[in-house]
Design a protein around this ligand. Structure first.
Ligand code: ADP
Length: 400
């Protein structure tokens, strides 16, 4: 009669029967007992009927009716390395663990599989229930990889060892620390210079008008250097904060290039714009800053005798190519991959003398990324440099 009922339904019917028996024993009266029994069973069947019917309808079987998944299957779908250790030996290792530590580790002493002084004690020593405090490991896999190891106590003294890849977090943290150190250093140098000149002016040198004027000029230059740096730092953090907000305004680069050319006071800029180039999907202020930085670099590092050339054309479907080329000394190939790093300069003295902050190309890179564009820098020593940017046209497929 009960065939097809779940375990919970049968348990509930049993409880109803016990309740009916209790009513009978207490009252010795068959009528309330029958009412309790029939009413109770009807309620249980109605409830069970609904839920089981619902489950059948939704096609989701109850968890208790499913066979437990095989441990091997579970381990193999986990992307992080996992080892199961029993009696100090690795009894199971999923594919990422075998890839990291070698196929031979299964059956091996776990201290040989994970050779790390800090790890040994956790792997074979006494262990508290639950998961231990994670520890950081260096030297597993490649030299630059950083791992975090967590060990959990399983049944029968088994241990479940999980390795979590922290390489990217570690690299991001390093970058952040380096960036703060570099920015502080860049600000401290002009600040120290300004303070030094103030002190000298306060003393004897302040009385001589010629010296005073010279010192004030230096202080003004240094303060402006600090101002440029602070402005670039603010720009960088603003652009980064907007990283995931896709710019969607139609920006006519033909107009913008002319506008920026008008704002640039030094150097000669030649503009070559193809006919009918459609607007790009962009943020006008940021694209203007990008043009200022690129044309500014072309003028700073280019030849005094040749103009900086800005070209604009429509490339493949839906993409616009903007390029800024100079005829300067060019950049040696080993520097090219690092030019967009913050504060990376090929020649720091030359950059500072020209008023550079070392952040111009980092800002350009972030602006291009925000616009889902592409940035390429090609350079030939002795010939010149071309920075080329591909930007999606406004209204191109898949975009606003
Ligand atoms: P900076 O403020 O120093 O110019 P950038 O981030 O704009 O900083 O550029 C980083 C470095 O790349 C510069 O210091 C310079 O060494 C090099 N560089 C950038 N543009 C050019 C260029 N057009 N020609 C030669 N070198 C360049």
């Amino acid at each position: 009669m009960f065939h097809g009922f779940g375990l919970r339904t049968l348990t509930a019917i049993g409880i109803v029967a016990i309740a009916a028996l209790a009513v009978f024993l207490l009252g010795h009266d068959i009528q309330p007992t029958l009412v309790t029994l029939i009413g109770g069973i009807a309620a249980v069947l109605a409830a069970a009927g609904t839920s089981e019917a619902e489950i059948a309808e939704s096609g989701v079987p109850a968890a208790e009716d499913l066979p437990a998944p095989a441990l091997d299957d579970v381990l193999e779908v986990i992307v992080e390395p996992i080892l199961i250790v029993a009696g100090g030996r690795v009894v199971q290792a999923n594919a990422p663990a075998r890839a990291l530590l070698g196929r031979h580790i299964v059956g091996e002493d776990v201290r040989m599989a994970i050779r790390h002084p800090a790890a040994a004690e956790r792997l074979v020593g006494p262990i508290a229930p639950g998961v231990t405090e994670p520890i950081d490991l260096v030297g597993l896999g490649t030299l630059d990889q950083r791992w975090q190891m967590r060990v959990g106590a399983g049944s029968d003294g088994q241990r479940i060892v999980q390795l979590i890849d922290q390489t990217n977090n570690y690299a991001a943290e390093r970058m952040r620390v380096d960036f703060v150190a570099n920015a502080s250093h860049e600000l401290r140098t002009p600040l120290a210079s300004i303070l030094g000149y103030i002190e000298t002016l306060n003393e004897e040198a302040g009385d001589d008008p010629a010296i005073r004027a010279r010192f004030l000029k230096i202080m003004d230059d240094e303060a402006r250097r600090m101002q440029r740096l602070v402005e670039d730092l603010i720009s960088l953090s603003r652009i980064e904060a907007e990283k995931y907000r896709l710019p969607d305004r139609a920006v006519d680069l033909t107009d913008l290039i002319e506008e920026v050319r008008g704002e640039i006071t030094k150097g000669e800029v030649l503009v070559e714009i193809a006919d009918g180039v459609p607007p790009v999907a962009g943020d006008r202020v940021q694209l203007s800053q990008m043009l200022h930085n690129l044309i500014g670099n072309g003028i700073k590092y280019g030849s005094k005798d040749a103009p900086v050339t800005v070209r604009l054309l429509q490339e493949q479907a839906g993409m616009i190519r903007l390029s800024v080329a100079d005829r300067g000394e060019g950049i040696a190939p080993e520097h090219l991959p690092r030019l967009t790093e913050r504060f990376y300069r090929v020649d720091p003295g030359r950059s500072r003398a020209a008023g550079g902050t070392g952040l111009g190309l980092a800002i350009v890179k972030h602006i291009v990324e925000r616009h889902r564009g592409r940035l390429d820098i090609t350079s030939l020593v002795g010939t010149g440099t071309t920075v080329s940017i591909l930007l999606p046209a406004h209204g191109a497929s898949g975009r606003a």
